[in-house]
Design a protein. Structure first.
Ligand SMILES: O=P(O)(O)OC[C@@H](O)[C@@H](O)c1c[nH]c2ccccc12
Length: 263
């Protein structure tokens, strides 16, 4: 079993447990459920923002502990106030050290929040909305095109946007007319191999009318410039900031260098 299979297996158990503790009807009663959403599409296209979706990630299966000393509130505030187009918050606990509480904490920021999770059940989409997300991730590698279709409808019904994550050309068929944003993950979730060229190669095959983001392994301003030339509107970056003692400060320096490079 590869890591993705393992995650999906425990995710099924987690979801069943969550359902038994709180019904969908109860989730729909939570205060954040009624709040309007921020549009990630709009924030990605906003010239005043950086296009960076900055991630809060304590650990990962490929890297182990990245940073377990920092606070979500402090880091997300620094990300948001320095031009992040969005915040990506891991809510998976076993592999990434995240939680739904992290997402609720990040919600005080007025920028779009991506629930970074392995979604395999509609329940998790209702949960995303009820606990403050604006966007969900659907990972093609663990879903059928039919599931992507149904989950996208559900997300839209709740006012959430959808990033469809693909890794290679075998997954292009998962992209649908309703897909808001296509994300190319440069990391193969089964082997952990990272290659930014994956985004460059796939860019020509993604329908022109889609907003495109590149995910994982982005470490430099030059990487962003290359991805922009290939037509990318957004850049999902975690480790490059999180591995620093002060990820907020690292983000600030990075965006200031990016702005200099763009003038
Ligand atoms: O830390 P990085 O290499 O900058 O990557 C961030 C993000 O792309 C990565 O965490 C990610 C992309 N897709 C995922 C799906 C599940 C968990 C994590 C991910």
């Amino acid at each position: 079993m590869n890591i993705l299979d393992k995650i999906v297996a425990y995710k099924r158990e987690e979801v069943e447990k969550a359902k038994s503790l709180k019904s969908i009807a109860e989730l729909e009663q939570l205060p954040l459920f009624e709040e309007p959403s921020f549009s990630l599409k709009r924030f990605l296209l906003d010239e005043k923002k950086t296009g960076i979706i900055a991630e809060f990630k304590r650990k990962s299966p490929s890297k182990g502990i990245i940073n377990d000393k920092v606070k979500v509130s402090q880091i997300t505030r620094a990300y948001a106030s320095n031009g992040a187009s969005g915040l990506s918050i891991l809510t998976d606990e076993p592999s990434f050290g995240g939680s739904i509480d992290d997402m609720i904490t990040a919600r005080f920021n007025d920028v779009p929040i991506l629930r970074k999770e392995f979604i395999i059940d509609e329940y998790q989409i209702v949960e995303a909305k009820a606990y403050g997300a604006d966007v969900i991730l659907l990972i093609a590698a663990i879903l059928t095109p039919e599931q992507v279709h149904d989950f996208t409808l559900k997300a839209h019904e709740l006012g959430l946007e959808v990033i469809l994550e693909i890794h290679d050309d075998s997954e292009l068929g998962h992209i649908q007319q309703r897909t808001d944003i296509v994300g190319v993950n440069n990391r193969n979730l089964k082997t952990f191999e990272v290659d930014i060229e994956q985004s460059i190669r796939l860019s020509h095959h993604i329908p022109e009318n889609k907003i495109k983001i590149s995910e994982s392994g982005i470490n430099s301003v030059q990487d962003i410039l290359n991805l922009k030339s290939a037509g990318y509107n957004g850049f999902l970056i975690g480790e490059n900031f999180m591995k620093q003692e002060d990820p907020g400060l690292a983000f600030m320096k990075f965006t200031s260098d990016l702005r200099d490079a763009l003038v």
